[in-house]
Design a protein. Structure first.
Lengths: 416, 158
């Protein structure tokens, strides 16, 4: 096995070298090192314990200025300032997260096929034109990485060290997953539906990235297959030509470059459902730091979150009796009911005015005019209640995967 | 090395001149080089009910970054740059030797990284030393309650 894998790795490496060579001498000469070739300046994610500097990059296809977490395979984070401009995140600054490095760099819309197979009456493969002729739905929904804000966990945990920007909100245009499943005809006794994509592991034997939803969830009429994102086709790095949209659930289920749907007569017991993306089966996915051997469940519904976006961490402003403050909130698996803010570390809270409602799964803008305490360091906080009555807690949770952070976040500014 | 004869120089000069004339072409025939995007046939597209999808071809940037110099840097550079960038390891928080060993073992056993068993101690040593060096200068904000225990590496991913 080791020898086979080594050979495959050598082949992968050779292919990558040939790809580099094909780019021409200029590309190689211009990029002798990451810092000199494809990045411009550094940003500070203010992660507790340090190692929080990240380069900014505009070198990725279809992407503007992004925080570079990893080139290969890409992990690109959205700067918080982007969320202050609009509740919809522009496609060219929407976060990017891939697990495996073998990602197609070319998609032919004529050749692309989506397979629906497994526990169905008739396995089929449809093309994009057939898919686009199905009844259309459009929905605003937040796509948030399970590990968004992992870098803020204390004690820190291994994994992608995201700040708060592994999330985005878009208007997704597409078709209902239910309608696509009905083309093949789901057989009685179906339990789950598994989703596969065009990206592949770079070594043989590694677990292909696939996720599954319960059949009733898959057929609920909300889960959709999107070909449009904010009015245009998806950037390749966000899953062109189609991706799964699972409103209210974490992004791990929003399979990009979706090309395979398999209806299962039992639960998916493969790696990415059975072993990875598991959270403690405890309230709030919270366990004592260092705990292990607790029961786990696959990560699922999102929880309410909110952020101050009109001012950044460490920003200095002139002291005034009161200032305008704004930000964004999300309800998680339902709408935003209310957002309060504090300018004194959580002692006094003030109501905010909510912006337009774009649907229960969307970001929602909030704004307020709030009094400032005396000059000096000022801890700004926002707290969201969702329409199910769930509010953000003050205390952070901890789990070894660094999943599902949702406590009240603090932005510390300095007034003088 | 043998010096070129006048004949060889003349043939060479003639060759260069012919090549140059061919490249320049007859007067007035110059056309600007095509835009890089417009080479080859236009990408195919599908339009249905007012929405269009157009075939897409992209280049990803190449990561040239290696792990910084240090003991066993050669081993980690040989083993741990093919599946992911060095930055994946270098952006991690301070992790213990046990945590690094858990991570490296997971890369080999679960994600099938072709890492030889004999290379694992050197890789873990390198990463642990990198963590220790980083531990010297903690910065950042401490908005949450202070940590009270070291974490166990586990789970994935996200």
């Amino acid at each position: 096995m080791d020898r086979l894998d080594a050979e495959l790795a050598a082949e992968t490496s050779r292919r990558r070298f040939l790809q580099k060579a094909a780019l021409g001498g200029a590309a190689i000469a211009a990029a002798p090192a990451l810092a000199q070739g494809i990045t411009q300046g550094l940003t500070d994610l203010h992660l507790p314990g340090g190692n929080a500097q990240r380069p900014m990059t505009s070198a990725f296809p279809g992407k503007g200025s992004m925080i570079l977490q990893r080139v290969h395979p890409p992990l690109l984070e959205t700067p918080m300032a982007v969320f202050d401009r609009d509740v919809f995140t522009p496609n060219d600054q929407f976060f990017v997260r891939w697990h495996w490095a073998d990602i197609p760099t070319s998609i032919d819309v004529d050749a692309f096929r989506l397979t629906i197979r497994g526990h169905v009456n008739k396995s089929i493969a449809i093309n994009l034109e057939q898919l686009m002729r199905l009844p259309r739905v459009e929905m605003a929904a937040v796509n948030q990485c399970s590990g968004n804000s992992r870098g803020l966990f204390q004690p820190r945990v291994p994994g992608a060290q995201w700040g708060n920007g592994a999330m985005g909100n878009a208007k997704w245009l597409g078709v209902r997953l239910r309608d696509v499943l009905d083309l093949a005809g789901v057989k009685a006794g179906a339990v789950q539906v598994r989703f596969g994509a065009l990206d592949q592991p770079v070594v043989a034997g590694a677990p292909d990235f696939e996720k599954a939803l319960d059949i009733d969830h898959a057929r609920d009429g909300e889960v959709m297959i999107a070909f449009g994102m904010n009015g245009t086709q998806l950037p390749l790095l966000n899953g062109f030509p189609i991706r799964l949209i699972v409103p209210g659930w974490y992004s791990t289920y929003w399979v990009k470059m979706l090309n395979d749907i398999e209806v299962l007569p039992g639960p998916d017991d493969e790696y990415w459902m059975a072993k990875a993306y598991k959270i403690p089966a405890t309230p709030g996915a919270n366990v004592k730091p260092g705990a292990k051997d607790f029961p786990t469940v696959p990560i699922n519904r999102m929880i309410p979150r909110s952020w101050v976006t009109s001012l950044g961490e460490g920003q200095r402003i002139a002291h005034e009796a009161s200032i305008p403050l704004g930000g964004i909130a999300m309800g998680g698996d339902c709408g935003v009911a209310r957002v309060d803010v504090s300018t004194d570390g959580g002692r006094r809270w003030f109501a905010t005015k909510l912006g337009p409602d774009h649907g229960k799964y969307s970001f929602r803008r909030w704004d307020a005019q709030v009094p400032l305490p005396g000059p000096g360091q000022t801890a700004l906080m926002s707290r969201c209640w969702n329409t199910a009555g769930v509010a953000q807690p003050m205390a952070p949770i901890w789990n070894p995967g660094g999943f599902m952070r949702g406590n009240i976040e603090t932005t510390t500014i300095v007034t003088a | 090395m043998k010096a070129p004869t006048p004949g060889m120089l003349a043939v060479g000069l003639l060759g260069v001149t012919v090549f140059t004339l061919m490249m320049v072409g007859p007067p007035g025939s110059y056309t600007p080089p095509p835009e890089p995007q417009s080479t080859g046939p236009a990408p195919s597209s599908i339009s249905v009910n007012g929405f269009t999808l157009t075939s897409d071809t992209v280049d990803f940037p190449i990561d040239e970054q290696q792990y910084p110099d240090g003991p066993h840097a050669d081993v980690i550079n040989a083993n741990c740059t093919s599946c992911h960038s060095a930055s994946m390891a270098m952006t991690q928080p301070v992790l213990s030797a046990d945590q690094w060993k858990t991570t490296v073992t997971k890369m080999k056993d679960v994600y099938k990284a072709p890492v030889a068993e004999k290379d694992i101690p050197a890789i873990v040593d390198y990463l642990t030393a990198m963590s220790a060096a980083q531990n010297g200068a903690p910065t950042g904000k401490a908005q949450d309650p202070a940590p009270n225990a070291a974490p166990d590496a586990s789970g994935g991913t996200g």
